[in-house]
Design a protein around this ligand. Structure first.
Ligand SMILES: [Zn+2]
Length: 396
């Protein structure tokens, strides 16, 4: 890896080619679980560019994933670019470019970022780079919740489609997310035996599930206060949050169930099981106080995540950002949970979330400056040159 290599790769990033790919991907609507057409388009583009493409079904035959490689032929680290081709289920907005801004469904989240990754790979290939290791590009469906459950990425990782480190072009550009909390979603039902009945016809001693639900909200509030003790210097603190409380059909009927839904987040890896047990015990004790029963569902959405500051991927990435933008990024928390948590937890590889400074993710007003897409392509190409070297040569 030399300075000339960097200059060559960065100069080979082609804005028009990048944008053409981005427009092509956005033009194929791809709500989560239906990303097949977008995947086929990416496949065709990569083949037209001369890359060999693999299409592993990876637990979602409706839209097989897209995998391509750029192999230097020499030993060294492999850098993975991973993106999701699916978009949230909102009315489709077609692609458009106006005044240097690219808009349309998935432009921000994250087809623009995928196009930038593809362009980084093309720029390296056109420059005869990297000289060691290689690039693994993976793109998949089933990312956006609640429509997707992450099964395609889980399967890709299980089937070995992983590099030695991964970059994910989500719309986050102002920080290097060094740590992030794990999250589980809980769904608690407090129930009583019998049927719904008019208030005045209730047998005495009928358990009051609404009161039980209210008491549980209070207990969870107290738990949240206790959880402030579980802290991490970067990602914040453990928390429990109730977002939904539902019960009753009409004002004068005693209902049979009360439902609470919310999130539990934690800062240290592997706390998911403990959190589940804690919630189950708490809901059970509140329910029994009211003569009701509790059923707790708890789905771990993602594990807590942490990067080492001295990880070779972190160093390679920060050097690339500094060379391109003039300053390295501040080390900060990752505000959301993304596939980086899965790469870290399931594959055990370092993952950096970094993409364009885009706006409007998860709305019908997605928009991203074209200059940002080009910047991301350059940073990805430069990171690859810093990272994809023979680990035996020394630290990267
Ligand atoms: Zn996304």
């Amino acid at each position: 890896m030399t300075c000339e290599d960097h200059q060559a790769a960065v100069a080979a990033v082609d804005e028009a080619r990048l944008l053409e790919t981005a427009v092509d991907l956005v033009a194929a609507p791809s709500p989560t679980r239906s990303a097949g057409e977008a995947a086929d388009r990416l496949d065709r583009r990569l083949r037209a560019d001369g890359f060999e493409v693999e299409r592993p079904e990876a637990d979602w035959p409706e839209s097989p994933a897209v995998v391509a490689r750029l192999d230097s032929g020499a030993p060294g680290r492999w850098l993975q670019f991973n993106g999701h081709l699916d978009t949230v289920h909102l009315p489709f907005a077609p692609p458009a470019v106006r005044d240097g801004v690219f808009t349309g469904s998935g432009s921000s989240d994250m087809k623009g970022g995928i196009a930038a990754s593809v362009e980084a790979m093309r720029a390296l290939r056109d420059s005869g780079l990297p000289r060691a290791g290689g690039i693994l590009l993976t793109a998949h469906d089933h990312h956006e919740a609640p429509w997707g459950d992450g099964r395609q990425l889980r399967a890709l990782i299980r089937e070995g489609y992983v590099g030695d480190g991964v970059l994910l072009p989500e719309y986050l550009a102002d920080r290097l997310p060094g740590a992030g909390r794990g999250m589980g979603v809980f769904d608690i039902r407090l129930t009583r035996p019998g049927e719904a009945v008019h208030e005045v016809l209730r047998p005495p001693e009928t358990p009051d599930v609404v009161a039980a639900g209210a008491a549980l909200v209070g207990e969870l509030k107290d738990l949240d206060v206790r959880l402030t003790a579980m802290r991490h210097e970067v990602s914040g603190r453990d928390s429990v949050f109730v977002g939904q409380l539902e019960s009753g059909e009409i004002f004068n009927q005693a209902p049979v169930s009360c439902r609470l839904r919310g999130t539990r987040r934690w800062v240290s890896q592997g706390r998911g099981e403990e959190a589940r047990e804690e919630l189950t015990a708490l809901a059970g004790s509140v329910a029994s106080r009211f003569g009701a029963e509790a059923a707790v569902e708890f789905q771990v959405v993602g594990e807590a995540f942490e990067l080492r500051r001295e990880d070779p991927l972190v160093e390679a990435f920060q050097a690339a950002v500094e060379a391109n933008d003039g300053a390295a990024l501040p080390w900060a928390d990752k505000p959301f949970l993304d596939d980086g948590n899965r790469f870290c937890g399931q594959a055990g590889i370092p993952a950096i979330t970094h993409g364009p400074a885009a706006k409007g993710a998860h709305t019908t007003e997605e928009r991203v400056p074209v200059a940002e897409l080009v910047r991301v392509a350059r940073v990805y190409a430069a990171t690859a040159l810093n990272f994809c070297r023979d680990a035996a040569e020394g630290s990267g």
